[in-house]
Design a protein around this ligand. Structure first.
Ligand code: GLC
Length: 551
């Protein structure tokens, strides 16, 4: 039994009539990590029915769309990013009918739904990989080096640590940029292209509004699979073009998919989108993924990785906006997801800084992604015992855990996986005094902290000082004020450590320092992450705070 948790709700945006057809340009999209959102059947694992029952909560939060992480049939070697059947729902999460009902319910509530698609690799249990002859066409197999082929074909390392190759009992090797249970597909095979187009059509026919494309920078590898020449390669991801990531050849695939999405949308009177999870070394290379004939959005991980310093933030904001503007696309902001340390912890300034960062993000032009639980101000869980951890990277040559108070630059090095991703995947606290806090009736697959009582949705609802109500107010203002979302922004001069910028009709100030600063009040405070005081035209901006001003 789940409790209906609602608060006064903004009017839902009807999917096809809101803000014109280019809805993604300023949409706020909420990432649901299905296994940790809500458990309807008491097995301790979140499921599709749990998501469906809680959709009114997301409607009331004020988001435009929901992104569901993979719920497809999978041995769960990597939380479902190892797909064995792309057209089936894993029994852990429900049935295809549950997916269908979820989609219909979401649409009735005015919410769009995006699903994950994983084209770089499949599960090793996928029927293609299970058939040795077929596998050698559809995946990347090579003979080994050394006198008897006992050495891997090249020096590539897996993002999860260790070599990117595993030897088979036939003596050859297959490539897996992630876990050995995730063999990389061979995108030189036309059947692979055809299959992914068919999978997309399958989910479009069921009603999805778009796809989050996993490892969108990975499908094409440099010809000849050249060595890199040194180790610690995972830490280079996102800093340079590697022979296995961000190869120019991936763009042809995205162009084909854009034609498919546009064609489908036109035929069905809707706009369906693709969002790239792409690690590119520069904003300019990332922008290539959102050229007019490619995908619609690409997560801005350089913003996510920026330290909490005014100069660094301004530089990354300027570079990102300039790069995406040069191809006519919006910028897609993000602070947290299921692969990185939650920003309450990562930015190193606790809840105050996290709330300020969120208001900054939501005031920037473009679209934004929220990760479940950030609206509750959840911190990263840093003390999970090793025996409950499930992140595959944890079990393979990992880096040391980031300290809770590590400087952002260290803690936020998210490009190669550190093995500690379970800490942001702890199931959500909904209500009640003790675990599982309304997540379900049967415990939770990762233990929740004993002190999350005050962080539940129920505890925060109606408390104007809560992070949940801050998010609700921010999202409802974002929907009401035409100056927010897509459109121009202009920097205003401000003291060191402060960011100040205009959006039409408003001004946003961010004090990134940890102490109060005086600032001439530019207008009336509309919303502040920490209460701001104004006296005789002079404002005091609290340390680590962001304020939206009506001007
Ligand atoms: C993406 C996903 C991550 C997964 C990896 C391999 O980075 O976000 O969770 O482990 O791809 O599919």
């Amino acid at each position: 039994m789940t409790q209906e948790l609602t608060s006064p709700s903004p009017a839902p945006r009807a999917p096809e009539t809101d803000r014109g057809s280019r809805w993604w340009r300023d949409a706020v999209i909420y990432q649901v990590y299905v296994r940790s959102f809500a458990d309807s059947d008491g097995d301790g694992i979140g499921d599709l029915r749990g998501v469906r029952e809680r959709l009114p909560y997301l409607r009331d939060l004020g988001v435009d769309a929901v992104w569901l992480t993979p719920f497809y049939e999978s041995p769960q070697a990597d939380g479902g990013y190892d797909v064995a059947d792309y057209r089936a729902v894993d029994p852990l999460f429900g049935t295809l009918q549950d997916a269908d009902i979820l989609l219909r319910t979401a649409h009735d509530l005015g919410l769009r739904v995006i699903v994950d698609i994983v084209p770089n690799h499949t599960s090793d249990r996928h029927p293609w990989f299970q058939d040795p002859e077929l596998a050698r066409q559809r995946y990347v197999f090579r003979p080994g080096k050394g006198p008897s082929g006992e050495l891997p074909p090249n020096d590539w390392e897996s993002v999860f640590g260790g070599p990117a190759w595993t030897r088979t009992d036939r003596g050859d090797w297959y490539l897996h940029l992630f876990a050995p249970e995730q063999p990389d597909l061979n995108w030189d095979d036309p059947e692979v292209h055809a299959e992914f187009e068919a999978i997309m059509r399958f989910w479009l026919d069921l009603g999805v509004d778009g796809f989050r494309i996993d490892v969108a920078h990975g499908m094409i590898k440099a010809p000849g699979l050249p060595d890199i020449g040194h180790g610690r390669q995972a830490q280079l991801i996102g800093t340079q073009v590697l022979p296995f990531f961000d190869q120019d050849g991936v763009h042809a695939i995205h162009r084909t998919w854009r034609r498919l999405l546009d064609g489908y949308g036109e035929a069905h009177g809707k706009q369906v989108i693709g969002v790239a999870e792409a690690w590119a070394p520069t904003p300019e290379r990332l922008a290539l993924y959102v050229r007019p004939d490619e995908l619609h959005q690409a997560f801005n991980f350089q913003f996510l990785n920026a330290p909490w310093q005014a100069g660094a933030l301004r530089a990354v904001i300027d570079a990102s906006i300039a790069a995406t503007a040069s191809v006519g696309a919006p910028t897609t902001w993000v602070l947290s997801n299921h692969d990185v340390v939650r920003h309450t912890t990562r930015l190193g300034g606790g809840l105050d800084r996290a709330r300020a960062a969120t208001l900054l993000m939501l005031a920037l032009p473009g679209s934004a992604y929220l990760y479940q639980g950030e609206e509750l101000g959840l911190p990263e869980v840093t003390d999970l015992p090793d025996e409950v951890r499930q992140d595959p990277a944890f079990f393979r040559g990992r880096r040391p855990a980031p300290a809770a108070d590590a400087p952002a630059a260290d803690a936020a090095d998210t490009s190669g996986q550190d093995g500690f991703r379970d800490g942001c995947r702890v199931p959500l606290p909904w209500s009640g005094e003790r675990p599982p806090y309304g997540f379900g009736s049967g415990g939770s697959w990762l233990p929740q902290p004993a002190d999350w009582r005050a962080l539940t949705v129920a505890a925060q609802t109606g408390d104007p000082a809560s992070t949940l109500e801050l998010y609700r107010t921010a999202l409802s203002l974002r929907r009401r004020l035409p100056g927010l979302g897509d459109g121009p922004m202009t920097w205003v001069s401000a003291p060191d450590g402060v960011l100040a910028f205009h959006r039409p009709g408003l001004l946003c100030t961010v004090n990134t320092l940890d102490r109060d600063l005086a600032f001439p009040a530019p207008g009336t405070p509309l919303l502040a992450s920490t209460p701001v005081t104004v006296n005789d035209g002079s404002a005091v901006l609290p340390g680590d705070s962001c304020t939206w001003w009506a001007i």
